[in-house]
Design a protein around this ligand. Structure first.
Ligand SMILES: Nc1ncnc2c1ncn2[C@@H]1O[C@H](COP(=O)(O)OP(=O)(O)OP(=O)(O)O)[C@@H](O)[C@H]1O
Ligand SMILES: NC(=O)c1ccc[n+]([C@@H]2O[C@H](COP(=O)(O)O)[C@@H](O)[C@H]2O)c1
Ligand SMILES: [Zn+2]
Length: 275
């Protein structure tokens, strides 16, 4: 039967989203098409998880604004959502922990559905279990969604714990969208841990290459240039209304060590390794 044994997938994108761009939204669409085209997966949800202010990336504005812009950008999508759990934590949270959190949330949601079913839909459930109906009761797999530059950051010294990388790849899986300047296939070939788990890394080619980046958007805004059509109009209006990006905001965290580097290397200065 069509759709049988499809694994349900939730795509989780962690990042600065400073601000969210059309390309961030495109990543989700590209990833869903790619996974579903394999005939093995059904993508049920996308989650944008803006990083907390404690990440200390240069030019990072307050999480409340980044969350609100992501919310505005995704409000017309039927399946992409924004979650603020990560950025509400008092300290920077490792991406593995964010993935684990969302996996647990999915488990809890499935459990609740099952409890409701037990009481209200026992008959229907017995029917589903006894039939060849698609396995709709399986807990969804949470996959990390990122651009190729973030996959590249896996091999930057002191940015990621080796155990975290192995666990993300082994237990959850990564969907990586190609991006100019990064060669994910070469990277997988050159890294033992990436090679070992290569079957859990889905590289999705973006044929309509574009170099939209939040850095470019912030630069254009500082110079008073238009950013229309690089971001959803609602986000452009929000930025204008709140006067969000300027030379002063771009200097935030300048000279401050990025949180993961502080945690793993005790590095003294600079923003090495920021993706
Ligand atoms: N043009 C793009 N192509 C592929 N992936 C992208 C693109 N832009 C962003 N991403 C991915 O989106 C996620 C969030 O990235 P991020 O918020 O850093 O955006 P960014 O545009 O790279 O911003 P910045 O320029 O501030 O680094 C990352 O996984 C990143 O690789
Ligand atoms: N060790 C880790 O878990 C680790 C290291 C570096 C970046 N990250 C995450 O990757 C994302 C990168 O975002 P940017 O590309 O915007 O810098 C952020 O969500 C950040 O928290 C995680
Ligand atoms: Zn980036």
């Amino acid at each position: 039967m069509e759709g049988q044994n499809l694994s349900k997938v939730v795509l989780l994108a962690c990042g600065s989203f400073n601000p969210i761009t059309n390309m961030h939204l495109r990543m989700f669409e590209l990833a869903r098409d790619h996974l579903e085209d394999t005939g093995q997966y059904r993508v049920i949800k996308g989650i944008i998880s803006p990083v907390g202010d404690a990440y200390k990336k240069k030019g990072l504005i307050e999480a409340c604004h980044r969350v609100e812009m992501a919310r505005l950008a995704s409000e017309n999508s039927g399946w992409i959502t924004v979650d603020s759990w990560e950025c509400l934590q008092p300290e920077w949270v490792e991406t593995l922990k964010v993935i684990q959190h969302h996996y647990e949330e999915q488990m809890a949601a499935e459990q609740n559905d099952d409890d409701v079913d037990t009481v209200r839909y026992a008959k229907k459930r017995r029917y589903l279990e006894g039939s060849t109906h698609p396995k709709i009761r399986e807990c969804p797999q949470v996959m990390m969604l990122c651009g190729a530059d973030v996959l590249g950051s896996f091999v930057v010294p002191n940015l990621w714990k080796q155990d975290d990388i192995a666990e993300i790849l082994r237990r959850y899986g990564v969907v990586c969208i190609t991006r100019s300047g990064s060669d994910p296939h070469k990277l997988i070939h050159q890294s033992d841990v990436l090679w070992k788990h290569r079957k859990n890394i889905h590289v999705v080619p973006e044929w309509v290459t574009n170099e939209i980046s939040a850095t470019h958007v912030r630069r254009a805004l500082r110079r008073g240039q238009s950013v229309r059509y690089l971001l959803p109009d609602e986000v452009v209006h929000y930025i204008q209304e709140h006067k969000l990006y300027n030379s002063e905001t771009e200097q935030r965290n300048a000279g401050v060590v990025l949180a993961p580097l502080q945690r793993y290397a005790g590095a003294s200065s600079g923003q090495r390794g920021s993706a």
